[in-house]
Design a binder for this molecule. Structure first.
Ligand code: SF4
Length: 339
């Protein structure tokens, strides 16, 4: 992705429009330099990074505090040495996706909904990602061939909602995305389209006129689930992008992952809920970390999570308190934790 000879941030994708040419930082030394951090801060070795590289748009780096190695946004993207530790109880397929994945790239875990792995690409590599080991190359859909996936959805009238996931569906350009959505629209029993995206958060300029055009015209009811973990992620550009998305008639929700040293405090979570709601986004889920190998250092234990939820509920109206959830392999729905 990046070559050692390059000194400038690399373009995110090779083609226009502008968001596809957005600056991307892909080398640890470059990120440390950009943030004024100690250049000797240890990072994963090249061999491990090759499988899941550092990848972060400049637009997200701009929201990090210079000189702070504990910055909560920096910690989410920095490939530190802790990732090299094998944590007991953690695995490469933490939520049992592979057992449910069809060759066409559909994951049909829950009744009425099917998840389509629309692409393996993401604008950012989140170090806690539950799909960090996912074999995207094995599924046709993530290689851009959606025919089999569409046939599976068309053949099952119980599927009323299609969730585009990945990777991040907004990594795809709008010609491809709108063509895929047109195919879904032609299936009479599909009523809702859900997009899960962190790209819109880390790269708000992705929410451009092309995206808004097809999103505003689709007959499908639209639900956009953003992935914001910390209030510092919400800057003016993201607020404006959210306003544009809301203008299409989409319902906007947010899901976060509870991450140690990033957002494991009631103050931070309460501020996040308030900030999201001020932009017109409802807090939806707060996920316990999926136990994926390489992310053990992010885990917050269940007792602490439950305590945090109690504190949140004591200070926020109910509609601003996200549901604390865990995904368990083989379960018919997400497990909601009582608090
Ligand atoms: S954007 Fe989502 S799928 Fe991509 S690396 Fe981050 S958590 Fe994983």
């Amino acid at each position: 992705m990046t070559s050692a000879a390059k000194s400038k941030p690399e373009a995110l994708f090779s083609l226009s429009p502008s968001w596809q040419r957005a600056a991307l930082i892909g080398r640890p030394g470059e990120l440390l330099l950009r943030l004024g951090l100690d250049p000797a801060l240890p990072a994963l070795d090249y061999e491990r990074l090759r499988h899941f590289p550092l990848r972060v748009p400049e637009a997200f780096v701009a929201r990090m505090h210079r000189g702070d190695p504990e910055d909560p946004l920096f910690l989410q993207v920095w490939p530190g040495m802790a990732e090299g530790i094998d944590t007991p109880g953690f695995s490469e397929d933490a939520v049992g996706d592979l057992a449910k994945l069809t060759s066409g790239g559909v994951i049909h875990k829950y009744k009425g909904r099917a998840l389509l792995i629309a692409t393996g690409a993401c604008a950012v590599n989140c170090r806690y990602c539950f799909r960090r080991h996912f074999p995207y190359g094995d599924s046709l859909a993530s290689r851009g061939n959606w025919q089999e996936a569409l046939e599976q959805v068309a053949a099952d009238p119980s599927i009323e909602e299609v969730i585009l996931s990945g990777g991040d569906p907004l990594s795809l350009n709008d010609d491809k995305l709108s063509a895929l959505v047109r195919e879904l629209e032609s299936i009479p029993h599909v009523r809702r389209l859900r997009l899960h995206t962190r790209t819109a958060v880390v790269l708000p300029e992705r929410v451009d006129a092309h995206l808004l055009d097809w999103l505003g015209r689709t007959r499908l009811q639209k639900v956009i689930v953003l992935h914001v973990n910390h209030p510092n992620e919400i800057d003016q550009a993201l607020e404006a992008a959210i306003t544009r998305l809301r203008g299409t008639g989409a319902t906007l929700l947010n899901q976060s992952v509870l991450l140690r040293k990033v957002n494991d405090s009631a103050d931070i979570l309460a501020t996040l809920s308030e900030r999201l709601f001020a932009c017109g986004v409802l807090p939806y889920y707060l996920h316990l970390l999926d136990r994926v190998q390489g992310a053990g250092h992010f885990e917050v234990n269940e007792n602490k999570a439950v305590k945090l939820m109690g504190e949140l509920a004591a200070r926020l109206p109910g509609y601003l308190v996200p549901r604390l959830a865990r995904e368990e392999p083989g379960a018919p729905a997400k497990t909601l934790l009582p608090w």
